[in-house]
Design a binder for this molecule. Structure first.
Ligand SMILES: Cc1cc2nc3c(=O)[nH]c(=O)nc-3n(C[C@H](O)[C@H](O)[C@H](O)COP(=O)(O)OP(=O)(O)OC[C@H]3O[C@@H](n4cnc5c(N)ncnc54)[C@H](O)[C@@H]3O)c2cc1C
Length: 423
């Protein structure tokens, strides 16, 4: 009888974590990790930061190459999975191979949404999701600007920051009145806008693209719906993403509007098929309702939980989601997910380059965002995990020693363990 095989589609944050945790948890079947991308699995976050910045440091492998061999993980790169045959328990590859599988993991991530306007298929209208995209953008930026970025999401704004640091003329076109409001709320979004404008980014909000105009297959001008015209030598579009759910059709598993719905152990509507990382639609306690969590750290932790589960140790991913972003030398960190009904507390003295924002929910910190405040964010993360009750007035002042505050709470709980039952 053939040895069982766990086959993982997608060798990025989530897929690599699944493979490694399978082995860490004693899985003895075959482990096959397949990705259409031909490169040794690499970290995506540096693509919009150090990879495109002045003095690029190149791609960062997720794991050194020998790890896959040492852990007996078969890595098939540059091969695309085209279909799943649930009756035959095989997956079909674009080269024609049919690979037998006993557990299948879909870690297929997201693809950038295309802008449907005239000229959007010109050769210098690009998006940024993978290493090939980053190489293309680097080639275009080598000739200088102007760079026009459509969409002020995290990736667009990080790209704006690295391009400004290289002295490139940058315009960002954003349809909403404030960028990132859904992720960090209006007040923090305003600070981020100020940060970018202070570094010379022309940030046009409430603006939409009507068409890209140019000649010989290249865009030379971005025309906005309000009639404004922006000269452009490179255009990068970052207007959202689509979950890569193509394989759900042949696999005959459910999809929803966010991606592939999974239960707390990452199982899809067919128990032997799992989905993890960005493509998974999860019911995570930090989310107000089912949805995707599109962060590197989450993809790794969710993938690790799925790997452990398949290997026989049922594991849930419950930690508060954590994301970071680098802009102009400072790090923005976000723990948890702010909700519209939360009470926002912006610590006194907030400035675009340094701030700490708390979102209070039912008397506890539900989420925190800090710019150039790594130490504080680390302590608040522990306050959140320990469910320390907080009040708005306590968090406003800069003189609050968060560490002492946490310690006092821990000491109080130690002295009176019953008190935790009430909290
Ligand atoms: C430029 C950029 C910067 C980012 N910066 C940050 C950051 O600073 N902080 C942060 O928290 N998050 C960041 N993110 C988000 C983070 O990278 C993602 O959350 C993470 O990569 C999700 O991992 P994943 O494994 O779920 O999917 P992905 O990384 O999207 O990988 C999916 C893989 O599946 C492969 N694939 C899909 N379909 C098939 C198929 N049919 N056959 C074979 N292979 C297939 C793809 O080739 C791809 O390699 C960034 C993302 C990008 C693009």
């Amino acid at each position: 009888m053939n040895k069982p095989r766990c086959l993982i589609v997608g060798a990025s944050a989530a897929g690599v974590a699944v493979a490694i945790e399978l082995r860490n948890n004693g899985y003895t079947g075959a482990v096959t990790l397949i990705d259409a991308d031909p490169n040794l699995p690499y970290e995506r976050p540096p693509l919009s930061k150090s990879v495109l910045g002045a003095g690029s440091r190149g791609f960062v492998p997720i794991q050194p190459a020998p790890i896959y061999r040492d852990l007996d993980i078969e890595l098939r790169l540059g091969e695309k999975v085209t279909a799943v045959d649930p009756a035959a328990l095989t997956v079909r590859l674009d080269g024609g191979d049919a690979v037998p599988v006993s557990r299948l993991v879909l870690a297929t991530g997201l693809s950038p949404r295309r802008l449907r306007v005239a000229g959007a298929d010109a050769e210098n209208v690009l998006s940024l999701r993978d290493a090939a995209d980053a190489r293309r953008i680097a080639e275009e930026l080598a000739s200088g600007g102007p760079l026009v970025i459509i969409g002020a999401g995290f990736i667009g704004l990080e790209l704006a920051a690295v391009a400004r640091e290289r002295g490139i003329d940058v315009t960002v076109v954003e349809a909403q009145a404030r960028p990132l409001t859904h992720a960090v709320g209006a007040d923090v979004a305003s600070l981020l806008m100020e940060l970018h404008r202070g570094h010379g980014v022309k940030l046009l909000t409430g603006a939409t693209v009507a068409e890209f105009a140019g000649s010989a297959g290249r865009v030379e001008e971005v025309r906005l719906a309000d009639g404004r015209r922006l000269p452009a030598s490179t255009v990068v579009v970052g207007v959202g993403v689509e979950p890569r759910t193509e394989l759900t059709v042949s696999a005959r598993i459910e999809v929803d509007t966010f991606g592939i719905p999974v239960n707390e152990f990452g199982q899809t509507s067919r128990a032997w098929i799992y989905a993890t990382g960005d493509v998974a639609s999860q019911n995570h306690p930090a989310l107000a309702r089912r949805g995707r969590i599109e962060h590197w750290d989450t993809a790794q932790r969710h993938g690790a939980a799925v790997g452990a589960t398949i290997a026989g140790t049922p594991t849930r991913y419950r930690e508060a989601p954590y994301a970071w972003s680098h802009q102009y030398g400072a790090t923005l960190q976000i723990v948890g997910r702010p909700r519209p009904d939360d009470d926002l507390v912006l610590r006194d003295g907030a400035s675009p380059g340094e701030f700490l924002a708390f979102w209070i929910r039912d008397g506890y910190v539900g989420a925190v965002a800090g710019m150039a405040a790594s130490r504080e964010v680390g302590v608040v993360k522990r306050l959140m995990a320990a469910r320390v009750p907080v009040e708005r007035a306590q968090l406003l002042g800069r003189d609050l020693d968060l560490r002492r505050f946490l310690k006092q709470h821990q000491n109080a709980v130690r002295a009176n363990p019953e008190s935790t039952l009430a909290s």
